[in-house]
Structures are given as structure tokens and as C-alpha cells.
Design a protein around this ligand. Structure first.
Ligand code: SF4
Ligand code: SF4
Ligand code: SF4
Length: 309
């Protein structure tokens, strides 16, 4: 299991623990180290600022706040400029940045079966414009983000100007949309708003800023791999290659000698979206911990620049 399950899941998947969705956790005063990393006194305060800087601009098609005026709350590049007379800050190491990201705003890939269980736990589901796609495409009608427990009567009520872009969904409608996203090959991920509080579910592709930074540019990780890894049953695989276009992690390879596709466990993030493309039901997800070859949660070991990744 990933380190969040060990720390925040009591030995089970951390995002399936009801306590990580609780109002008590949302309003609790943060510890001193948490306050320092999050620049907030409570999760409620951090989440308000997150939605204000990341989602509200996408609703209003307005520019994001400039550096030092808000920005993405967990983006080190948006830290305030130092005063002239102050000594320059010591740059953080990659390991320190990763540990701050894990403490404040971090994600994990999860397959649609687990998304289904998360929907059961959420006290409210609010569909909202995707801040990343707004940033990368300028479009503000791409509603791929699902805020959990942050409905119009709670955190989002503070932004009446954004309400026209928000949809409060019932669980059945949320499931219908999320299963459709799965068929389209969008990767599901779950995110914290000052760990381990769960704030939302995302449905991402190459327009995702977290994906671009971590996967495309091989930067500091922003999310864990899923608790699963994909496996192809060669008795069922016809070698049609339909699944290969779904994988956004470059984890599938075709063997012309065998006429089969295989999944590299060191590259697979366990999102499971390749399954929807397979006409033969040849792909299954197995628990990551049952496959020693897949015991990797962040970068592939050969690419790891961060100890423990
Ligand atoms: S993480 Fe994904 S769904 Fe969420 S804002 Fe970014 S691209 Fe959109
Ligand atoms: S091979 Fe792995 S990473 Fe690629 S789509 Fe399938 S489950 Fe996701
Ligand atoms: S889609 Fe299914 S049958 Fe076709 S190559 Fe992939 S695993 Fe094999």
C-alpha cells in the first residue's frame, strides 16, 4: 500500500476512510509544521484559498492571480518575492518540496471501481470547471473536476459569481458521468486539501498541469500510482492493440513475435482505463502489493531523483 494508506488509512486505502472526509478534520486547527507548509491556520482556510485561486478564475475566464497575489497554493514558483534587504532564501531540495506537497496537496490515481466507492462516501459532489484545462487551453467550460464535500452551502458558497459554472450532482448522475469519462480514457485521481482531507476527484489527460509537470517533464511527483497494476491475460489477448491508445503512461508494448500486448509493471500507474478499450476483457487490475515487480509508487526507479520515490 502507498504511504498514505499506512499513515492515514489504518492499513486500508486512505481514500476509503470516512474520517478523511469529515467536517472535524476540515475545521481542525493545523499543527505548526502544517501551518508553515500550507500558509493557513486550518484546512478550511487553505481550501477556500485553493478554490479562489484555481477554480474561480476558470469559472469566470479571468486571469489567475499573479505570483505573490495568491497563485496555486502549493506551487513553490508562486511564493512571495523576498524583500530587498532580506537574505535570499535557501532553495529547497527536491526531497523537501516533495514532502511539502505530500503534506498539503497530493493525489493518487484510482480506478473506476474505487471512484464508485468514493462517491458513496462523499457528503456532496460539485462538478466544476477544470483549472488546468483553463490554464492550458483557455477554455472555461471543461467540467472535469468534482469537488467533494465543498458544496454551494459550504466552501463554494463564498463565490456567488462562480455558481453559474457549478453543478451539484446526485450520486447517480456523478457515477454516470464518471463512467463515461472512464470509457473516454480519462485518468481518475483523488486529491487532498491539507493531507489527509479529501477535496476532490479529477479526470485528467495531457492537459493536466500535474500530469505535465510530473510525467511529461519528469518533475517532482504530484501523485501516487494506484493501489493496483494492470496485467494482460495472453490467453484472451488477440493482439488487436486497441488498448494501446488509451494508456497515457506509455506502459503498454506490443510483441510482434507473440502477437500480444504486455504491460510493463514499472511504468503502469494502475488507472485501469485501458480495460474499457479491450474487446476481449483481457486486461485486469491486480493489487500492486501482490506484484513485487510493481512495488513502485512514484517515479520508475531508473528515473528517480528523489530518495524513496
Ligand atoms: S487535476 Fe485534472 S481534472 Fe483536476 S484541474 Fe487538473 S486537469 Fe482538471
Ligand atoms: S497499462 Fe496501466 S497505466 Fe496504462 S492504461 Fe492500463 S492500467 Fe493505466
Ligand atoms: S485490447 Fe485487449 S485484446 Fe487487444 S491487444 Fe489490448 S489486451 Fe490484447
Amino acid at each position: 500500500m502507498c504511504e498514505f494508506c499506512t499513515k492515514h488509512g489504518e492499513g486500508r486505502k486512505w481514500y476509503l476512510q470516512m474520517k478523511n472526509y469529515s467536517q472535524v478534520l476540515l475545521h481542525e486547527q493545523l499543527s505548526e509544521p502544517q501551518k508553515e507548509f500550507a500558509h493557513a491556520g486550518s484546512r478550511y482556510e487553505w481550501n477556500q484559498r485553493f478554490f479562489e485561486s484555481f477554480m474561480v478564475p476558470a469559472c469566470a475566464a479571468a486571469p489567475r492571480p499573479a505570483a505573490g497575489e495568491g497563485g496555486h497554493p502549493n506551487d513553490a514558483s508562486h511564493e512571495e518575492e523576498p524583500h530587498d534587504e532580506a537574505p535570499p532564501p535557501t532553495p529547497l531540495t527536491e526531497e523537501q518540496i516533495l514532502s511539502q506537497k505530500k503534506a498539503v496537496h497530493f493525489g493518487q490515481v484510482l480506478p473506476i471501481e474505487d471512484v464508485d466507492q468514493v462517491i458513496d462516501l462523499a457528503s456532496s459532489i460539485t462538478r466544476m470547471p477544470c483549472g488546468c484545462r483553463f490554464e492550458s487551453t483557455g477554455l472555461c467550460d471543461k467540467r472535469y473536476c468534482f469537488g467533494l464535500g465543498v458544496d454551494l452551502h459550504g466552501i463554494l458558497g463564498r463565490y456567488p459569481e462562480a455558481s453559474a459554472s457549478l453543478e451539484v450532482l446526485d450520486k447517480q448522475e456523478a457515477r454516470r458521468i464518471l463512467y463515461r469519462f472512464d470509457d473516454e480514457g480519462l485518468i481518475h485521481s483523488i486529491w487532498t486539501g491539507v493531507t489527509p482531507y479529501v477535496i476532490g476527484l479529477c479526470n485528467c489527460d495531457h492537459d493536466c498541469e500535474a500530469y505535465k509537470g510530473y510525467i511529461e517533464q519528469r518533475g517532482i511527483p504530484s501523485f501516487f500510482r494506484a493501489e493496483y497494476v494492470g496485467q494482460v491475460d495472453w490467453d484472451q489477448c488477440s493482439g488487436c492493440k486497441e488498448c494501446m491508445s488509451q494508456c497515457q503512461f506509455g506502459a503498454q508494448f506490443y510483441s510482434s513475435a507473440l502477437g500480444k500486448v504486455y504491460i510493463d509493471p514499472l511504468r503502469c500507474f494502475g488507472c485501469g482505463v485501458c480495460r474499457a478499450a479491450c474487446p476481449n476483457n483481457a486486461i485486469a487490475l491486480i493489487p500492486r502489493q501482490s506484484s513485487p515487480a510493481a512495488d513502485v509508487w512514484l517515479r520508475e526507479p531508473s528515473r528517480a531523483a528523489v530518495p524513496g520515490a
